[in-house]
Ligand binder design. Structure first.
Ligand code: GLA
Length: 458
């Protein structure tokens, strides 16, 4: 399983309306036919938020919505990108000189991340060009990982055009690393599930080494995604990287407190592994070692015995160098408690698949409270949506993805689904002071979908 690459399927394009439409648009744009197509799905994270970059396991599933790219390799060195959505302008560049502008998260830069990741992995300086037409149906900036799906799709497009092979795990690792060219210090959850997802099952994704284990969700419940309609593009602000750095600093202070080699430690999980204690014990260590008042950069330097310059240049990322305060206690408490909730969630799904909706829902509710109060990655609209979802029958509801906007995920007993959808629609989207753009209003039940694939015309 670990060495298997993404599947390649032969299909009759004429039987798939979306592919057929894409093929026709490709024809009229480039005057030729695509040679192959690649799809990579978005995801919904059921539980385990903001802990992948701390080294902890997460529990996402792929959604049906995806990025789909029609591709024709060409003999020149020009990479030409088009998008079926007119909001995203055409882009073209020389495939030998890929520049990714960190200051502006423009759509084509995500494609370039995947392209460059494969180019670098194989140490290729001279890549042939391609004509590509992208068609995405994952709502953007909504926490369903449209950007990582594009990076993964572009990575697989490039690999296929080269006629090379890589396992899904290798592809996920390459794409997780190369997405950081955009400037955000994400973990590997989104890229891992985009490649490793399988229809019908959620996955526990573990890191170092990367692996995915099936988690069978209870049959009595459905997972419903609802968009708060607040857009959050994590590359456009520093919120995300500040959290990554707060976790890194918390890990270093905890390590120092416990007499470990703190300068080698980067992630909260490493502190736990080196101490060889449980997550619950890590919560007590956090209480003893850290205070709940925010830390100034000066105080952190004093605790670690380093200069401000060392803190800024050797530990912090570029866009977090001037952050005036860091909340270390709250972030570490969230991470260790959330990591424990993921394991409990998986255990409940495995051991007692019936009548567990309430228990799973409670874990999701706790996760939302921790994201809201300790990690401070929610927003008023998300909190309101979560409350509405619970009021109308969800046993649990929480923000999903990076937060600060985007979607919620709720666990809803199957028999309550129709009423739930109707009531949430009315209360949130048609509520008195709501003025949401109709194209952003999404509220839908979702099932675990499959991972990235290559299609060839039969
Ligand atoms: C983004 C990142 C992921 C993860 C989530 C929060 O989606 O890309 O790696 O950190 O936020 O759980």
């Amino acid at each position: 399983m670990a060495t298997e690459g993404p599947a390649m399927r032969r299909i009759q394009v004429a039987e798939h309306p979306r592919l057929l439409k894409l093929k026709e648009m490709f024809n009229s744009k480039f005057g030729s036919s695509p040679k192959f197509y690649v799809r990579a799905p978005g995801r919904v994270n059921i539980i385990g938020e903001h802990i992948d970059y701390c080294g902890y396991s997460v529990l996402p599933m792929a959604v049906e919505q995806d990025m789909l790219i029609a591709v024709e390799p060409v003999k020149t060195n020009t990479l030409q990108l088009g998008n079926t959505n007119p909001l995203y302008p055409d882009f073209s560049t020389s495939s030998n000189n890929i520049q990714i502008d960190k200051t502006k998260p423009l759509w084509h830069n995500y494609f370039l991340c995947g392209f460059k990741g494969i180019q670098e992995h194989f140490g290729l300086s001279d890549l042939t060009g391609m004509n590509c037409l992208v068609d995405g149906n994952i709502p953007p900036s909504s926490g369903l990982s449209s950007s990582s799906a594009l990076v993964c799709c572009a990575g697989l497009v490039t690999l296929t055009a080269l006629g090379m092979n890589l396992s899904k795990v290798e592809l996920a690792e390459i794409c997780a690393k190369s997405e950081r060219y955009i400037g955000t210090e994400g973990g590997g959850m989104d890229q891992s599930i985009s490649f490793l997802a399988e229809e019908g099952t959620a996955k526990l994704i573990e890191f170092s080494p990367l692996r995915a284990t099936d988690v069978k969700l209870p049959s009595g419940a459905v997972f419903v995604i609802a968009n708060s309609c607040v857009e959050m593009n994590k590359a456009a602000t520093s919120h995300f990287n500040i959290r990554v750095m707060e976790c890194r600093l918390a890990a270093k202070l905890l390590a120092k407190h416990k007499g470990l080699q703190w300068n080698k430690v980067l992630r909260l999980e490493e502190v736990q592994a080196q101490l060889g204690i449980s997550l619950e014990e890590m919560l007590s260590v956090t209480e003893d070692a850290l205070h709940s008042d925010p830390y100034s950069p000066e105080e952190i330097c004093m605790c670690l015995g380093i200069s401000l310059d060392e803190l800024r240049t050797q530990i912090l990322s570029q866009n977090t160098r001037d952050v005036p305060i860091f909340k270390l206690y709250q972030r570490a408490k969230h991470v260790y408690s959330e990591a424990a909730r993921v394991l409990q969630f998986k255990k409940i799904c495995e051991e007692a698949p019936d009548n567990v909706v309430q228990q799973l829902g409670e874990l999701m509710n706790q996760s939302h409270r921790s994201c809201r109060d300790m990690y401070e990655c929610s927003c008023p609209e998300l909190d309101q949506l979560v409350d509405i979802c619970r009021k109308f029958g969800a046993q649990g509801s929480r923000l999903t993805g990076a937060g600060w906007g985007g979607c919620t995920v709720s666990i809803v007993p199957v028999d309550k689904l129709p009423g739930f959808l109707a009531n949430v629609q009315e209360a949130f989207y048609q509520g008195s002071d709501a003025s949401f753009a109709p194209e952003k209003q999404s509220l839908f039940a979702t099932k675990p979908g499959g991972g990235a694939l290559v299609f060839l015309e039969a």
